[in-house]
Design a binder for this molecule. Sequence first.
Ligand SMILES: [Zn+2]
Ligand SMILES: [Zn+2]
Length: 452
Amino acid sequence: MVDVGCVNPSSNCNINGNQESPKKPKDKKMKKKKKRGGSKKKMTVEQALAFKAVNEWVYLDQQLVVDDFDFGVQKTVMMRRDKVVFELHSHSKSSDGFLSPSKLVERAHGNGVKVLALTDHDTMSGIPEATEAARRFGIKIIPGVEISTIFSPRNPEAEEPVHILAYYSSGGPARFDELERFLAKIRDGRYLRAKEMVLKLNKLKLPLKWEHVTRIAGKGVAPGRLHVARAMVEAGYVENLKQAFARYLYDGGPAYSTGNEPLPEEAVQLICETGGVAVLAHPWALKNPVAIIQRLKDAGLHGMEVYRSDGKLAVYSDLADAYGLLKLGGSDYHGRGGNSESALGSVSLPAVALHDFLKVARPIWYRAIKNIFERYAEEPSDSNLARITKFGGTKILKGNSSMSCGKDLIDRCLSLWLTTEEGQTCDLEAIKTKLSYVKINQGGIHVPIERN
Ligand SMILES: [Zn+2]
Ligand SMILES: [Zn+2]
């Protein structure tokens, strides 16, 4: 959540991308909590079915060894896979996180995460690296993005930043170019905005160098508020990041500046149109959650974050119920280190919540995948192929005879994301037939790292 909007000392979210709460969970606590929730309580039938369905999706591409003699399929699955951790909100160096996408994946794996959504601010540039690393560790990446927007009610004083999370399939956004243009505009706005903040600081007799900020942000990364704050700490103008925000950079603060953000409803609509699941991030950081949720629900919002490391927030959970929204959540991990940040994978999402998420997401993702392959079948260009392989981590081996035509590609992609039945629908079979005549041009495509 850090960076663009939600950092506001008056709200209950702090500069560390976490939420101030009486019980701040730390790593140890989180482990304890998980153990407690794990095996001792007996599952209800609903929970057991949800658990089974979620497990099946998570391990779609992996053969389950089923012991038919003793327990039967269901029991064996549940015993072998005792927990599935989803981390649905994380940041890498591609925006304002501290870890590279591959390091982030490594850390996720170390923390027992099985499904990781990389949701950098206004960019999906870290996804290919994350997907490739995820193949090494046998975990699934949900290609995601956290979009910076500004809610703009009639009363301009009630304007406030809103972050929308988008979750896509292994094929990525259905109309990637359109989404990318949308995100690029926000990123360009962030450059201007960071420049404006530096200018304001200079006027406040804190002469910060623009080069300093861009150096901290790193090559090709749109600088944000956190990068400005880090430069301020390094220059010795403030003692720590918290002070930089509390004194200068908070929403409406003396060095605060707005960027070029779209309206949240525009972001939600575009996510829906490009085959993604749209989720409102950290609603507890909002001044006007009800007005915003109302408007976004009309625009097609699917869910909202209500779970944090310290548990479910009843008030937002009730709001989600009232508006028929999915109840999700993630750690919003930035990799800063230290105790003030919730650990990656520390948000415990119940199997029923994950099952509900997948029930909504999978038909959306199915349509997006179909759409993407339809486009490729119509126009089997290298650029369309590159777009598919980029998000799915389905790299093509040079000289690999097992993947010589478009049908092989679609089979490989689908096995990671769709069940056999989903992959065998008439629609997809028709596309596959078309693609069986399409030779894959292997020139210029990287040699993959193959698992197994
Ligand atoms: Zn975030
Ligand atoms: Zn955020």
